[in-house]
Design a protein around this ligand. Structure first.
Ligand code: HEM
Ligand SMILES: *[C@@H]1O[C@H](CO)[C@@H](O)[C@H](O)[C@H]1NC(C)=O
Ligand SMILES: *[C@@H]1O[C@H](CO)[C@@H](O)[C@H](O)[C@H]1NC(C)=O
Ligand SMILES: *[C@@H]1O[C@H](CO)[C@@H](O)[C@H](O)[C@H]1NC(C)=O
Ligand SMILES: *[C@@H]1O[C@H](CO)[C@@H](O)[C@H](O)[C@H]1NC(C)=O
Length: 320
């Protein structure tokens, strides 16, 4: 039933030629460009297409000729092997369910890739997969400024406000987070999103989530500020907004246990350290990844109208 919509994606190649007006959000602009009417339902469809592509790689025919592996596929980021799949299958006990350490959860329990290829979040609306995917549609819909979100057809995001809390037992490093953000950018590009918009999204994601010890920031306006660092491994660069301190609410990093071997996760790159909590005045405060931006970019995203550009703007407005 959605084939006519998907076919509209064929027009994507021409979309990138035009310049998005600064008063139109990325979500609104590309919903109109690809699906014609800028309705809540169509915005939900756009986010479904993009997020499903982020997860399983490009699956819609045709696309604009950009191959997207997807975050479930093993790959490389800046020459380092990355494999995010074990966080989603339950192989790693890395999910925060409120305890002192992570637990094993299989997030591919709703049919895995098969429903995603049919533009659905899952076959089973009670599955972990369903909640994860729909939360991702909602979260990214908000980040991309979907004006109709909250109307019937596209629910607002009301799940966890702190991305730190959600990801705190994963010990994610810059390669893992970089790979994820790169897949988001490639998925968007595969639908014809213009390069400068792709860049704005990547910059904003990296600014909000790609640094450890980032002070509280607002990702979802209605939720207000919360700790947002997703990159928390010792190899992650320290947020330039942290001023050399780490909010004590960032706890010592725990490396998740591999449930098949009982060893801790085999991590590419530098291993996590437990030095980022507390006063945070130690050696751990120096950014260690030369491959990451050494400062939070201050322009760009806001100018392009990305609604989550507050962090990228690098301003005190965000800080508690
Ligand atoms: C910029 C990067 C990222 C963003 C914006 C992001 C965003 C999110 C959001 C919104 C949720 C749903 C939270 C909820 O349901 O309350 C989530 C869950 C999850 N994310 Fe991420 N994520 C990012 C990077 C990563 C990376 C690199 C991994 C590594 C595998 C990852 C793995 C997961 C997993 C396993 C869950 C399910 C956790 C749970 O339900 O407890 N994420 N993420
Ligand atoms: C993914 O995109 C590449 C490049 O356009 C294309 O060759 C491939 O067929 C696509 N894969 C699917 C499943 O659509
Ligand atoms: C860092 O310093 C700036 C400038 O003095 C200040 O506005 C900001 O609130 C500080 N951030 C934190 C987390 O203390
Ligand atoms: C992992 O540890 C648990 C509890 O100590 C033990 O029952 C299980 O047999 C171990 N599994 C492996 C693969 O070593
Ligand atoms: C978990 O342990 C198994 C068995 O040793 C190994 O093959 C796998 O690569 C490990 N996975 C991770 C994520 O460390």
């Amino acid at each position: 039933m959605r084939f006519s919509r998907i076919a509209a994606v064929a027009a994507a190649a021409t979309v990138a030629e035009a310049q998005r007006p600064t008063d139109t959000s990325i979500c609104d602009y590309y919903t109109t460009a690809l699906l014609k009417e800028n309705t809540a339902k169509n915005q939900y469809t756009l986010l479904t297409l993009v997020v499903n592509t982020v997860v399983i790689g490009n699956y819609t025919m045709p696309n604009v000729g950009i191959k997207v592996p997807g975050i479930l596929a093993a790959g490389q980021y800046e020459g380092t092997d990355v494999n995010l799949l074990p966080y989603f299958t339950g192989e790693l006990a890395s999910t925060n369910r409120g305890g002192k350490s992570g637990v094993s959860v299989n997030f591919l329990d709703g049919g895995a890739a098969e429903p995603l290829m049919k533009n659905m979040p899952a076959n089973d609306m009670n599955s972990k997969q369903y909640f994860l995917l729909t939360h991702l549609y909602q979260f990214f819909g908000s980040l991309l400024g979907c004006s109709q979100q909250g109307m019937p057809g596209f629910d607002a995001y009301t799940a966890a406000a702190s991305m730190y809390k959600v990801h705190k037992f994963m010990d994610l490093n810059p390669y893992e987070v970089g790979y994820f953000i790169q897949q988001v950018g490639m998925a968007a590009a595969s639908f014809g999103v213009a390069e400068e918009d792709v860049k704005a999204v990547g910059t904003a994601l990296n600014s909000l989530f790609g640094y450890r010890c980032a002070p509280p920031a607002t990702a979802i306006k209605a939720q207000g500020p919360a700790l947002q660092s997703i990159c928390i491994d010792g190899a992650c660069p320290v947020s330039p907004m942290a001023n050399g301190t780490c909010d004590p609410a960032y706890e010592p990093v725990l490396v998740p246990v591999n449930t098949t071997s009982n060893a801790t996760k085999a991590a590419p790159g530098a291993q996590g350290t437990a030095t980022m909590s507390g006063s945070g005045s130690g050696s751990g405060m120096m950014p260690t990844m030369s491959s990451m931006p050494s400062a939070v970019p201050t322009a760009g995203a806001t100018a392009y109208g990305v609604s989550f550009a507050a962090a990228a703007a690098g301003v005190a407005a965000l800080l508690i």
